[in-house]
Write a protein that binds this ligand. Structure first.
Ligand SMILES: Nc1ncnc2c1ncn2[C@@H]1O[C@H](COP(=O)(O)OP(=O)(O)OP(=O)(O)O)[C@@H](O)[C@H]1O
Ligand SMILES: [Mg+2]
Length: 252
C-alpha cells in the first residue's frame, strides 16, 4: 500500500530524514515513535505529498508520487486522510464546514448527504452536536477530534495521524486509540500513527517503527520490538514503567 525507497529530506543542509526505506501493508497500522525533532512529522508530510523528498521514491498504492504534478497528487490524496499535529482547522469556518471541507472539494454529494456525514463523523469521535460551533469555542482536545472527523469524512483508504492524542487526557486518549483500531477493523484502513506515547503505540499498532535523528533504526511487530536490545529503543520502553521508577525513588 505504501512504500518508501531510500528517501532523503534535507533542511538547511541537514538531513531531516536520511535513506528511509519502509513498506506498509494494506490494512496495517504502523506506529512511528521517536524523540522531538527526529523526523516523524517530516515523514508524514512526505507521504501525503505536502513536501517532496530530495532523493528516493514514494509509492502509494503502486503509484510513484514524488514526481506527480499537484493536480495528479490531488487524485492520490483522495485516498488519504491526514490528522495534523496541530489540528489545523479553519478558524473562520464552523466545525461542520471544517469536517465537510474535503467532501465538498472532492465529492459530488447532495447537501443532505453532506450534513448526514458531518453528524455521523462527529458522533464517531465523541462530539455529537457541535457542528455549528466555531473552532475557537472548542478545547484543544476537541479540536483534535474535529481534525480526526475531517480526516475520516472522505472515508480514505489510508489515514495518517500526527500525534493524535498528545495533550489529551488518558480517557480521551484511550477513545482515540479505540477509534484508530476500529477504523482498521471495520473499514480495513491502512494507518500510520506518529506518537510519543509508547503505551498507545503498543495498543494500536501491528508494527512499530522508530526514527532516531532522521534514521529509521528499527521496525518490527510490537512483541518483537520490545525485545530489541538497542539502547535507543529501550529508552522508550522505560517510559512505560513509571511505577518502577517511583519505587526506586522511595528506596533512595
Ligand atoms: N519546514 C522546515 N524547515 C526547516 N527545517 C525543518 C522544517 N520542518 C522540519 N524541519 C527540521 O527537520 C527536523 C525534523 O522535524 P520534524 O518536525 O519532522 O520532527 P518530529 O519528529 O515531528 O518532532 P516533534 O516530535 O517535535 O513533532 C528538525 O530538525 C526540524 O527542525
Ligand atoms: Mg512532529
Amino acid at each position: 500500500m505504501i512504500r518508501l525507497a531510500n528517501v532523503c529530506k534535507v533542511y538547511d543542509g541537514k538531513y531531516a530524514l536520511h535513506d528511509v526505506s519502509l513498506t506498509i501493508k494494506k490494512g496495517e497500522t504502523l506506529a512511528v515513535i521517536g524523540g522531538s525533532g527526529s523526523g516523524k512529522s517530516t515523514l508524514l508530510q512526505l507521504l501525503v505529498g505536502l513536501i517532496r523528498p530530495d532523493s528516493g521514491e514514494i509509492y502509494i498504492g503502486g503509484q510513484e508520487t514524488t514526481h506527480l504534478s499537484e493536480k495528479e497528487l490531488d487524485r492520490v490524496r483522495l485516498n488519504m486522510g491526514m490528522v495534523f499535529q496541530y489540528s489545523a482547522l479553519f478558524d473562520s469556518m464552523t466545525v461542520g464546514e471544517n469536517v465537510a471541507f474535503g467532501l465538498r472539494e472532492h465529492k459530488n454529494l447532495s447537501e443532505d448527504e453532506v450534513q448526514r456525514i458531518i453528524r455521523e463523523k462527529l458522533a464517531l469521535v465523541g462530539l455529537p452536536g457541535v457542528e455549528n460551533k466555531m473552532p475557537g469555542e472548542l478545547s484543544g482536545g476537541m479540536k483534535k477530534r474535529v481534525g480526526l472527523a475531517r480526516a475520516i469524512a472522505i472515508e480514505p483508504e489510508i489515514i495518517f495521524y500526527d500525534e493524535p492524542s498528545s495533550g489529551l487526557d488518558p480517557i480521551t486518549t484511550a477513545k482515540i486509540d479505540e477509534l484508530i483500531v476500529d477504523m482498521q477493523k471495520k473499514l480495513g484502513v491502512t494507518s500510520v500513527v506518529v506518537t510519543h506515547d509508547m503505551a498507545s503505540a503498543c495498543r494500536i499498532a501491528d508494527r512499530i517503527a522508530m526514527v532516531y535523528e532522521g534514521e529509521l533504526i528499527a521496525v518490527d511487530t510490537v512483541t518483537r520490538f520490545q525485545r530489541i536490545e538497542d539502547e535507543r529503543v529501550q529508552a522508550f520502553f522505560r517510559t512505560l514503567r513509571p511505577e518502577t521508577a517511583e519505587r526506586d525513588d522511595q528506596q533512595v
